[in-house]
Write a protein that binds this ligand. Sequence first.
Ligand SMILES: N[C@@H](CCC(=O)N[C@@H](CS)C(=O)NCC(=O)O)C(=O)O
Length: 222
Amino acid sequence: MRILHHLPLSPYARKVRLALAEKRIPFELRVERVWDRRPEFLDMNPACTVPVLIEETGLAIADSYAICEYLDEAYPDITLFGRTLAERAEVRRLVSWFDDKFNTEVTRNLYYEKQMKRLLGRGNPDSGVIRAGYANLRPHLEYLGWLAETRAWLAGPQVSLADFAAAAHLSALDYIGDVDWSTNESAKEWYARMKSRPAFRPLLADRVSGVTPPPHYADPDF
Ligand SMILES: N[C@@H](CCC(=O)N[C@@H](CS)C(=O)NCC(=O)O)C(=O)O
């Protein structure tokens, strides 16, 4: 069976879980405590990050973007990137927006600072960093809301990896209670549409010991 090594709240693993499910590719999840630095895992991915996909052939692929491009090339029937060159360029731009810019300005300051830093042995959360994360989240939600208002899906006419990347980050932050959806109605409406997709259900069922999500986390009509 195909295996995805992951952590339940990792936005990068969540993006790949959504991509696999939307492409209807079966897989099993294995939790990888990256902070244990398991030698067998380091052999698969010297960066010691999740996600890592292990194909049935034994092929190991690390890095969420490498995995998603591989999946689209290996299983092209349902595309993650859109059909036209312009659509595909826009999907790539927005995946980078969420995985690089949003991650640096928001996810790292909230999810990493609060959840991962201590586990990785890199010190205690810094309240200034967390405050900056909240301040940055607001304009990012506005941009997302603007995209959702002006297009059917974030990158264009069809749902794509741009939506999965954005939803992966926001769902991890929503689990830890850090998203105030009342600040942007269009962003909230887009997230409700994402939550009601069958591929999203396993993410809404995730539970992490010691962290209880807010009641609206798993509710598609929040
Ligand atoms: N560029 C990588 C980033 C993956 C990543 O940073 N994963 C985090 C969890 S969200 C991780 O495993 N961190 C462990 C560490 O930084 O040592 C990808 O897209 O897969």
